[in-house]
Design a protein. Structure first.
Length: 295
């Protein structure tokens, strides 16, 4: 009796084990089938913001990413992977703030060459003004839009008190930490290629724009590239700040150019009326020859 009960117990255990194995195999097969079906269904990816993008930002490739999107929610303005290229938005300017994960389309940005592009690049209250460049004044074409530079003016100075003396040359830093927004008509720096142009456009304050306009009439302008380590620490107020002026005379560059000391000021004649005559006094008041009083 006991042996029969033991046999039935063993059979029951075996049947239970078989049932569990078959059940697991069925679920596994179902999961594999479901995964295969899921992989077989094509997904649609749209271009979205990889992070919060503020208004006026110049877009770079790392600001964008492809993200799966429900087909029923895809808008015609969205950029779809396989049909559109994310590079088409590189160098464009964000019109209004775009939140992270929000789809980006052509209507959300202003592309280079489109109307209003340069105005969208400028910060609030800032202006854009241009200055001519010489072949060697733009650091061999290695200055790109987005770089920060100092502006140096080189010009001759004539001492009116010494008309026979030759004019002297001087270079002076007139503005510092200016942001370059364009070289010629190129405002897209995403290619990171040297741009050798004839005109540089800067983001400046109204007062700085006036100084640049005067400097163009006085002499030659050159750009000096600043290190990225000199970037303003306050990201909320990135506009250039006034700095202590610096200048260099020609005699500091070449010892062969002798510094001509400024001569004494020209004597001033003072006519002193005394009765019917007049005396002209010069310098410290030494009397000169009497002059007739013209009435």
């Amino acid at each position: 009796m006991r042996s029969r009960a033991l046999i039935f117990a063993i059979l029951a255990i075996i049947l239970a084990a078989i049932t569990v194995i078959v059940s697991r195999g069925g679920h596994s097969g179902a999961n594999v089938t479901a995964q295969a079906q899921e992989q077989a269904v094509p997904k649609t990816y749209v271009l979205v913001a990889a992070k919060d993008l503020p208004s006026g930002l110049l877009l770079h490739q790392d600001d964008l990413q492809w993200q799966a999107w429900p087909d029923e929610q895809i808008n015609d303005a969205y950029l779809v992977k396989g049909k559109d290229d994310s590079q088409s938005l590189a160098g464009a300017v964000v019109r209004l703030h775009i939140a992270k994960g929000e789809p980006i389309g052509d209507s959300r940005v202003i592309k280079p060459g489109e109307r209003g592009f340069l105005a969208a690049v400028l910060g609030p209250g800032m202006r854009a003004t241009s200055a001519p460049l010489t072949a060697a004044s733009d650091v061999a074409g290695l200055i790109l839009p987005g770089d920060h530079v100092d502006l140096i003016l080189t010009h001759p100075i004539k001492d009116e008190r010494q008309p026979n003396a030759p004019a002297r040359l001087v270079s002076e830093t007139i503005l510092t930490d200016l942001r370059v927004v364009a070289i010629d008509q190129i405002v897209n720096d995403t290619d990171k290629k040297p741009i050798s142009g004839k005109t540089a456009t800067f983001e400046v304050t109204p007062k700085q724009a006036e100084k640049i306009e005067l400097a163009k009439m006085i002499g030659n302008l050159s750009l000096v590239l600043r290190s990225v380590a000199n970037a303003p620490p306050d990201v909320d107020n990135p506009h250039p700040q006034p700095a202590e002026s610096s200048h260099t005379w020609d005699s500091e560059v070449s010892p062969l150019i002798q510094h001509v000391e400024a001569g004494p000021p020209l004597p001033v004649s003072v006519v002193v009326l005394r009765g019917a005559g007049a005396n002209a006094q010069q310098g410290a008041g030494a009397p000169a020859a009497a002059q007739p009083n013209i009435r």
